[in-house]
Design a protein around this ligand. Structure first.
Ligand SMILES: Nc1ncnc2c1ncn2[C@@H]1O[C@H](COP(=O)(O)OP(=O)(O)OP(=O)(O)O)[C@@H](O)[C@H]1O
Length: 815
């Protein structure tokens, strides 16, 4: 037996590039040092010229060997391709390109309906590729024998027919795919935040067809060839801003442009500052990027999707901290975060764990039990940031997060934002503080009139604006403010803007990386979904509101006591009179006195109702706007206020009834129903109608001052048109129908039965009768019909005001 020695031939595997165009696959071996990919036969050696591959440019990519692998450049290496190439939504540029690693996927074009996915199979790399790049997964449904397929944050353990989609906004069992006897597949949503198909939230079982795109939280799945494939983990968001223009009318009605043809390309993971002089248009630009401000022309694309048309999908992936604080000052840090967590995240979320993680992220664990109002400005901003971080957004907008902070806090805030960007988030902030601007990846300098004067790395800005050695970043502001008149200054600004458009920086940082969005028009899904059930949201909001009211309990006590005190004072003045009880011998002065007293009761109840709730909506309008953009239901929001105020109104009415009982020895007769019950019900309905009216005022004004100023204007007609001080006839009679006081006094008058207190008129010997101060009125008739009418109309007043408040709030909706 001879030993044979087989020499093993080590064959170096050849890297390949596999192009997948909606199921049609072309594979190329990469053997040369340099390859050209495209449809141009004279230029490309990796050449494709088949029908249906139009998304590929004539000169799509250049591949140059680098070590064991290839570096890929967009276009021909100098000019970018038409549809661009992306890795994890970051555009590959013609200049620096991207070093390919085994398993990497490159997308050619951003349109989900029409793009090519190129997979590079190279030599396994010593350095692992970022997890997100390789996290594409596929579930073959063809041979599955367990149904349904579970999709969610935490599907049943050890279940093969499942896909785990780990994000705070995804429910544990978010959606399921069922198969019927004939093999048809149906997608059913069982989530809080919704399952979307092609941009629309599904509200009933959805039959899956070839290339159905399912969006669950940040994840995108595609059903294709009987497989469910994870197309995008949504862990990275790029922003492409195309020629944004916003025209508005100024006070004189003249049209003015506040955003002037702005284009930007913001890559995933970048920290971008929007800077410029006051009124340059930074906040307007930011709101347009968030998608909450309209634009006259142009569009903003997130990963290729038009933000306004796809708001429903991106809503949970966008964090937005506006200029005003979006947290209640009378809650503790932990309470703010807990309520936000319960309102925004699925009910099966581990709230405690999310809270801990967020507190750590914003570095506020040590002040978790401190009231927000007792925090420093920087800490308060961090709480607002924390509220937004709960849902782990991949795109973060902050409007002046460092305003009013000292230099140290400004620095630590900027470093916090840098950290967030380094974790893969795209962070965009408006700022006036430029001391730490150098840690940003891009700065966007706007000049007056919304002109883009610079967009690029901070280190190049100085040379672009010709700053001398003695000048620093703040001198750019001065350069853009030059000119002694508005017209001169505008010329300076447009000069810089034109210079930028013609610059190499514009080519490198805007033109080349800017990607065409998905141009398919889609009607926006503009409904607000509450996520958790309406009742649950109502109870949560009511609980939060009660908590807030309890924190201001001194004013609550004053509200509760003011009615009884006013009644006690009236009782003190009238201690020798019997205004409410029926006298054995009728007295002409009693009925007017009784009317004056019930008029006072009525005014007290109206004032209490009006004054206590008139600031309740307007004072939290920033919080409302932000929460409404996420999932706040209108009915549950207003309902929570009404629910609490109904409770307070009941307590007030009870205390007032007790005060009447104690202050006046003679009580009304109570022919229709026990007097105490009647007074309680009347008082309750007056307070209810007044609170509803005050909520309407609160919903209609811009600030708390305006609400306060309106109070006397609302109260005075209630006094004048009550029907007690003056006789009402003609138009004033009809106007009085609009007053709560008219019906309040009517109900009290019927209960006290003021008509029966009126003695017969005195007849003179000549047969004429002496005129009476008060001769009785049908308004105070003590019948069930009249009492019911007065109480019923008080109820109608309350309900109509609430509907009005609802409508006013709805009008504030952006979507
Ligand atoms: N809806 C609107 N109608 C009319 N003018 C508007 C409207 N929105 C903004 N403006 C005007 O557009 C300009 C830019 O406003 P914007 O708030 O975006 O500026 P800014 O750069 O953020 O200013 P600041 O730094 O002072 O906050 C201002 O002159 C503002 O008055």
């Amino acid at each position: 037996m001879t030993d044979t020695f087989h020499q093993a031939t080590v064959v170096a595997p050849t890297p390949t590039l596999e192009l997948n165009n909606r199921g049609e696959v072309s594979t190329f071996e990469l053997i040369e040092d340099c390859h050209h990919l495209g449809r141009d036969p004279s230029w490309s050696d990796l050449h494709i010229n088949q029908i249906g591959w139009g998304v590929l440019s004539r000169r799509q990519a250049l591949l140059v060997r680098e070590g064991d692998n290839y570096r890929i450049f967009d276009g021909d290496g100098t000019q970018p391709s038409r549809n661009g190439m992306f890795c994890n939504h970051t555009r590959i540029t013609p200049n620096t390109g991207l070093l390919l690693q085994d398993g990497m996927q490159i997308e050619i074009g951003l349109s989900p309906e029409n793009r090519i996915v190129a997979t590079y199979h190279g030599l396994p790399d010593r350095f692992p590729v970022a997890k997100a790049v390789l996290s594409k997964r596929k579930l073959n449904l063809r041979d599955l024998n367990e149904w349904p397929v579970e999709l969610g944050r935490s599907p049943t353990p050890n279940r093969y027919a499942s896909m785990q989609l780990d994000s705070p906004t995804v429910s544990r069992l978010h959606a399921k795919v069922y198969r019927d006897a004939s093999g048809h597949l149906t997608l059913k949503d069982s989530s809080t935040n919704g399952t979307y198909v092609d941009g629309k939230r599904i509200t009933r079982p959805y039959p899956l067809t070839e290339r159905t795109r399912i969006q669950i939280g940040p994840f995108t799945l595609v059903y294709e060839d009987q497989c469910l494939a994870l197309e995008d983990t949504g862990s990275q968001i790029r922003l492409d801003v195309h020629k944004l223009v916003r025209n508005v009318r100024d006070k004189t009605g003249r049209q003015k442009t506040i955003l002037n043809n702005i284009s930007l390309a913001i890559e995933p993971g970048q920290l971008v500052a929007l800077v410029g002089g006051s009124g340059a248009g930074k906040s307007t630009l930011m709101k347009s990027l968030v998608g909450i401000a309209p634009t006259t022309s142009g569009a903003v694309f997130l990963n290729g999707d038009n933000v306004r048309q796809n708001w429903g999908i991106y809503r949970s992936q966008i964090g937005y901290v506006p200029q005003d604080d979006i947290v209640h000052p009378d809650l503790t840090v932990e309470e703010v975060l807990r309520y936000a967590c319960q309102l925004r995240l699925p009910p099966d979320t581990d709230t405690a764990a999310v809270l801990e993680k967020t507190l750590e992220q914003i570095k506020l664990s040590h002040v978790r039990h401190t009231f927000v109002r007792n925090l420093s400005g920087g800490q308060r901003k961090r709480v607002s940031i924390g509220v937004e971080l709960l849902a782990d957004p991949k795109l973060f907008f902050l409007d002046e997060p460092t305003s009013g902070l000292d230099p140290g806090l400004d620095k630590s805030m900027m470093y916090l934002l840098r950290e967030l960007a380094d974790q893969g988030r795209t962070v965009i902030l408006v700022t006036h503080a430029t001391a730490n601007i150098s840690i940003c990846d891009r700065i966007t300098f706007l000049g007056r009139g919304g002109y883009l004067c610079y967009f690029g790395p901070p280190e190049i800005a100085n040379s672009f604006f010709d700053l001398s050695e003695n000048e620093d970043f703040s001198d750019i502001y001065l350069k853009l403010e030059q000119g002694s008149t508005n017209a001169e200054n505008q010329q300076v600004v447009t000069g810089w803007s034109q210079r930028y458009l013609a610059s190499a920086a514009h080519k490198a940082y805007v033109e080349e990386p800017l990607s065409p969005g998905n141009q398919q028009q889609r009607s926006a899904d503009d409904r607000v979904y509450t996520g958790i059930s309406l009742i649950k949201q109502l109870m949560l909001l009511a609980q939060r509101y009660l908590n807030l009211i309890w924190r201001g309990r001194l004013s609550l006590v004053l509200t509760l006591l003011s009615g009884p005190i006013a009644i006690a004072l009236s009782g003190l003045i009238l201690h020798q009179e019997t205004p409410l009880g029926l006298l054995d011998e009728l007295d002409a002065a009693q009925a007017p006195l009784a009317l004056s007293l019930v008029f006072v009761f009525s005014c007290i109840a109206i004032w209490i109702g009006l004054s206590s709730a008139v600031r309740e909506i307007v004072k939290e309008s920033a919080i409302y706007q932000r929460e409404r953009l996420i999932n706040l239901g209108l009915v549950s929001y207003l309902g929570s206020k009404v629910l609490i105020w109904l409770g307070i109104a009941a307590a007030q009415s009870l205390l007032m009834t007790v005060a009447i009982w104690l202050s006046f020895l003679e009580h009304p007769v109570g022919n229709l129903l026990p007097w105490a019950l009647g007074i309680f019900v009347t008082n309750f309905l007056i307070v209810f109608a007044s609170v509803s009216l005050s909520l309407t005022i609160s919903a209609s004004v811009k600030n708390e001052n305006a609400a306060n100023n309106l109070l006397p204007l609302i109260m005075i007609p209630q006094i004048i048109f009550s029907g007690v001080l003056f006789d009402l006839s003609g138009i004033s009679k009809y106007l009085s129908w609009l007053m709560i006081s008219r019906w309040g006094v009517g109900a009290y008058g019927a209960l006290v039965d003021v008509n029966v207190m009126v003695p017969d008129p005195i007849t003179l010997p000549d047969g004429t009768t002496l005129p009476q101060v008060f001769a009785g009125s049908s308004i105070y008739e003590a019948t069930w019909g009249n009492l019911g009418l007065n109480l019923g109309i008080l109820l109608v007043h309350g309900l109509v005001y609430l509907l009005l408040a609802l409508w006013l709030q709805k009008r504030k909706d952006i979507f």
